[in-house]
Design a protein around this ligand. Structure first.
Ligand SMILES: [Zn+2]
Length: 317
C-alpha cells in the first residue's frame, strides 16, 4: 500500500490549552507546525527530483469517555472531567497553572492519538499525533506533564476494538515509560519496551516487559545500541502495530535529559525505527514525547527531523 502525505493530527489547543506561565515549553507545538508547513530545504533538496515529504494535517475530535476507561479508573476519569482533581493531583501532573481549556486540550490530544491509531490500523503505513506520548500517566493518577496515557489507551483500543492481536509500545524518550508499563502490565498481546536514562525521572521505575536503562552521558553509540536491541525485542513479539513514543529529550542540549545524544544520533534512531517497521510491513503511530532543550530551537529541530523523516518513509512505504 503506498502512502503519499503523512497524516498528522494537530489541534491549536495543543499549544493554547497550556498556560503561558507554565514551565512546560508549550510553543514547541505551534513552532513545529510552522516548520512543517514552511520547510527549510537545503540546496540539494531543492534541486532534487525526488519527491519531498508532505503532511496532511487533521483536526482531532475529543476522545469519548468510554475510551479513556480502557486504561484508566472511572473515579479518576470522572473527577478530571468534572474539574475536581485535588491540588496535589494537579501538582503531580504539572502544566500549572491550568487553563479553562485544560480538559478540552486533554480530550483532543487523546482523540488525536486514537484517530492516528485507527488510521494506521485501517490503512497501514505511518501516522502521527503532534503531541502526547503521555507515558507517565497511570491508571488512577497523572504525573510528569501527563494526564491520561495515550499509548496505553491506544494499545488497549487496538487489542479490544481494532482486531489487533499483538501491539508493541516502543518508548525511546529519555524518561522511562513507567505509566505505560504499569497500565499495560498483564494485558495479553501488549508488549512494553523502554529505552531511557538510568538516572532520569521517574526515580522509582516501573517494570516494563523490557527495560533498557542507559547510563547518563552515554552519547550516541550506547543509546543507538540500546535502540537496536529494543527493536529486536519488539519485533520478536511479532506486533501488528507499533506505537512509537519518540521523545527527543535524549538530546545533549535538553535541560532535563542526561543522555547526551547528538541531533544526528536522534535522526539515526528515527530511521532505525521506521526502516525496520516498514521492512516488516508494520503500521507505526508516532507519539511526540518529551523535549525541553534550552534554547527550545534544538527541540524544535529534532522534532522537525522526526516528522520530516516519518514523511520521507511514508513516501517510500
Ligand atoms: Zn521525557
Amino acid at each position: 500500500m503506498s502512502q503519499s502525505a503523512l497524516p498528522v493530527w494537530y489541534h491549536p489547543l495543543y499549544t493554547d490549552g497550556i498556560h503561558p506561565d507554565a514551565r512546560f515549553p508549550r510553543d514547541r507545538y505551534v513552532r513545529l507546525l510552522e516548520r512543517l508547513k514552511n520547510p527549510v530545504r537545503s540546496q540539494e533538496e531543492r534541486t532534487s527530483t525526488e519527491s519531498q515529504p508532505s503532511f496532511q494535517f487533521r483536526t482531532p475530535q475529543p476522545i469519548a469517555r468510554q475510551h479513556l476507561l480502557l486504561a484508566h479508573d472511572v473515579d479518576y476519569v470522572d473527577r478530571f472531567l468534572a474539574g475536581n482533581l485535588t491540588q496535589k493531583e494537579m501538582k503531580r501532573i504539572g502544566l500549572t497553572p491550568w487553563t479553562e481549556a485544560m480538559v478540552q486540550r486533554t480530550l483532543v490530544l487523546m482523540g488525536g492519538a486514537l484517530e492516528a491509531t485507527e488510521h494506521a490500523v485501517q490503512f497501514g503505513g505511518l501516522s502521527a499525533n503532534m503531541a502526547g506520548g503521555t507515558h507517565h500517566a497511570h491508571r488512577g493518577f497523572g504525573s510528569g506533564y501527563c494526564v491520561f496515557n495515550d499509548l496505553a489507551v491506544c494499545a488497549v483500543h487496538a487489542l479490544n476494538n481494532l482486531d489487533i492481536n499483538n501491539v508493541a509500545v516502543l518508548d525511546l524518550d529519555v524518561h522511562q515509560g513507567d505509566g505505560t508499563a504499569t497500565v499495560l502490565d498483564g494485558i495479553d498481546g501488549a508488549l512494553t519496551v523502554s529505552v531511557h536514562c538510568a538516572t532520569n525521572f521517574p526515580f522509582r521505575k516501573s517494570r516494563s516487559d523490557h527495560d533498557l536503562a542507559v547510563p547518563p552521558e552515554s552519547g550516541d553509540v550506547a543509546y543507538l545500541e540500546a535502540v537496536e536491541e529494543a527493536l529486536d525485542l519488539c519485533f520478536e513479539h511479532q506486533p501488528e502495530l507499533l506505537l512509537f513514543q519518540a521523545g527527543v529529550d535524549a538530546l545533549a542540549t535538553d535541560s532535563l535529559g542526561k543522555l547526551n545524544v547528538t541531533r544526528e544520533g536522534m535522526k539515526r534512531r528515527n530511521d532505525l525505527v521506521f526502516e525496520r517497521a516498514i521492512a516488516c510491513g508494520i503500521p507505526v503511530v508516532v507519539f511526540m514525547g518529551g523535549g525541553y532543550a534550552k534554547p527550545l530551537d534544538h527541540t524544535v529541530d529534532a522534532f522537525d527531523d522526526l516528522f520530516t523523516q516519518a514523511g520521507r518513509w511514508a513516501l517510500k512505504n
